[in-house]
Design a protein around this ligand. Structure first.
Ligand code: GUN
Length: 279
């Protein structure tokens, strides 16, 4: 068994981004990323803080808009439109989830797709579905980079993606399909999950349920990617029972230190791409 070391690869990617940002600065170009955080969800606060810090480290200028949970949809839309029109802003990120009274679809569609560094806009999801992506959601993008780093070719392989969310599961399945994998998406209504995962060459779990994937559910030599993040007592754990599954897997991502750091690295990468697209 070998570890897919997302932490190490993310560090490499950040270093190369920093170099590019430094050379852009010589042309007086400073990449800018705007964060919008609505309400006081503690996990969202942690994520936005981590992303802000990552920007600082590579020299990307960040703007933080923190708004009370009672903000109206109209007010939030006004802020996004202002950022759309601001030439200093290359990327706009609205941290999800949003409070219930805000229509997430409407908010995401307000973001200029050319600044949608999260890749959540229907235009960007559509481009990915057509196999001609512009911005790709950071988590699945990071997973593809991680597999590539370890020369794991997905072409012709059977892949099971557990979780059908818009942030990871669905774009992940599209990326894998575009790369020639045979993909099955499993979700909450899936019957006999084990029967499906057991046949897969690669299992990617993005659910957020500790111990969802156990040793008996994976075949010998499978590649296992764990996207789950849950807090159990004081520990952060993934969807995969690491101890059990690592006995059978050829490659496995740890939690923490696997997919998480890659997500943040790809956000910086997408922001740099946005600068390049604009130039
Ligand atoms: N909430 C959970 N993951 C993400 C993410 O990658 N981007 C944003 N904007 N919100 C999230």
């Amino acid at each position: 068994m070998a570890i897919l070391d997302g932490k190490a690869l993310a560090k490499k990617i950040r270093a190369s981004i920093k170099k590019e940002v430094d050379s852009l600065k010589k042309e007086s170009i400073i990449p800018g990323l705007a964060f919008i955080l609505v309400g006081d969800n503690p996990a969202s606060q942690v994520y936005v803080n981590m992303k802000t810090k990552a920007c600082e480290e590579v020299g990307i200028y960040s703007i933080n808009h923190r708004m009370p949970s009672e903000i109206s949809e109209r007010e939030l839309i006004e802020v996004i439109k202002m950022l759309n029109d601001n030439p200093m802003v290359d990327g706009i990120l609205v941290q999800l989830p949003l409070p219930k009274h805000l229509n997430e679809e409407k908010i995401i569609e307000t973001i200029d797709y050319r600044k949608d560094v999260d890749g959540f806009h229907p235009y960007n999801m559509g481009r990915l579905a057509r196999g001609n992506p512009l911005f790709i959601s950071c988590t699945p993008y990071g997973i593809m980079k991680l597999l590539n780093e370890y020369s794991i070719d997905v072409k012709g392989r059977d892949v099971v993606v557990v979780g059908a969310g818009n942030i990871t599961g669905k774009p992940m399945a599209l990326m894998l399909t575009n790369s020639g994998a045979t993909v099955q998406i499993c979700h909450i209504y899936t019957q006999n999950l084990k029967e499906k995962t057991k046949r897969a060459d690669i299992v990617i779990s993005a659910v957020g349920k500790p111990n969802l994937i156990t040793e008996d559910m994976v075949k010998e030599g499978a590649v296992v990617v764990d996207v789950g993040i849950s807090r159990v007592k004081d520990r952060v754990v993934g969807d995969v029972d690491f101890e059990g599954v690592s006995k059978k897997a050829s490659y496995i991502t740890p939690v923490p230190g696997g997919v998480g750091p890659m997500t943040i690295a790809m956000l910086l990468y997408n922001t740099l791409q946005s600068v390049k697209f604009r130039k």
